[in-house]
Design a protein around this ligand. Structure first.
Ligand code: MTE
Length: 314
């Protein structure tokens, strides 16, 4: 894929004030930096040995399936901090002030500290990754994210050998996030990954989509994207990342442990108590399609779970 410059937003676009300010900083921060597109597979998946496997890896980073139209990506959301309806985040997320924004990194690391999103944007090469997003409720999308590997950030703080898991936390501010005034989940929204999942080359922190600054409703200014897991693992508007020895308990797991496991790997063979998981509806399509194991990323990630009973560790 050809590298391209960060495109200017169309003049016609009506942008909430906060997002507009953020965009200006984003563009200033990027300067002449280029999106690298999918990096050559060999750089990221060292196991690749043949042209065929390089091609497989390239496809994993950027599926060639049709992208979901941007309007759908920005209007059909889950972001309970702004309400439980799919159209609530679009209506209310403009209340979130995303600039300035910093992320605290702490726990079992040599170099804890705070870093601004602007600094992250200028520090790392931003890549476009076209990933499938599969929601536990049965719908899916194909989204061209803009971001950088979480691994790069984790390495920069020098994890100690005691760091076995990574925990993530969303901003807690009921004044800006009206949904947090209701007892839907245990606020702030909290998620976790095992260390090997966190440093997997498919795992990214996204700061944009479709070449634009991340819309507030999609988790501005920075969110996690773990494409082989259900969407709820992809925590939005992150303010804290903590490396720790104990396994974190996510907000959803704490609320309903029989429905939401720690791993949350897309698994069509494990029934959710309230939904079938064997099929899904791609937003914009009428038909249902078969759900793939690990959301179609089996080749890249199945080895992480070798020997585990995936019916028990769901
Ligand atoms: N992050 C926070 N902080 N709050 C949420 O309610 N919802 C999750 C995830 N991240 C959520 C969140 C769920 S259930 C999904 S499916 C995805 O965000 C949806 O991402 P999208 O709205 O960008 O498609």
């Amino acid at each position: 894929m050809a590298a391209y410059r960060y495109p200017r937003p169309p003049a016609s676009e009506i942008t909430p004030r906060g997002l507009y300010e953020q965009r200006r900083t984003f563009m200033k921060g990027l300067g002449s930096a280029l999106f690298a597109g999918a990096l050559p597979g060999s750089v990221l998946f060292t196991s690749a040995s043949s042209a065929a496997s390089l091609e497989t890896e390239r496809r994993a980073f950027s599926t060639d399936e049709s992208k979901t139209p941007i309007e759908a990506i920005k209007s059909y959301n889950n972001f309970y901090e702004f309400g439980t309806g799919k159209d609530d985040p679009k209506k209310h997320a403009h209340q979130l002030r995303t600039d300035p924004w910093s992320v605290q990194i702490e726990g079992e690391v040599e170099k804890p500290g705070e870093v601004t999103v602007d600094e992250l944007i200028s520090r790392y090469t931003l890549e476009e990754r076209i990933y499938r997003l599969r929601c536990v409720e049965g719908w899916s999308m194909v989204i061209p994210w803009v971001g950088f590997p979480l691994k790069a950030l984790l390495e920069s703080v020098k994890p100690l050998s005691s760091a076995k898991y990574v925990a993530f936390e969303t901003l807690h501010d009921p004044e800006q996030m009206p949904g947090q005034r209701r007892d839907i989940i245990d606020w702030p929204y909290f998620e976790g990954l095992r260390m090997d999942e966190a440093v997997h080359p498919l795992t990214i922190l996204a700061v944009g989509l479709y070449g634009e600054v991340l819309p507030n409703q999609n988790g501005a200014p920075i969110r996690l994207v773990v494409p082989w897991k259900y969407g709820f693992k992809s925590i939005k508007s992150i303010v804290r990342i903590r490396l720790q020895e104990e396994r974190p308990v996510s907000s959803w797991e704490a609320r309903r442990p029989n429905e939401y496991g720690f791993y949350a790997n897309v698994n069509p063979n494990v029934r959710h108590p309230r939904w079938h998981q064997a099929t899904e509806r791609r937003i914009g399509e009428d038909r249902r399609r078969r759900t793939e194991m690990f959301n179609g990323y089996e080749e890249e990630v199945a080895h992480l779970y070798e020997g585990m009973d995936l019916e028990k560790h769901f």
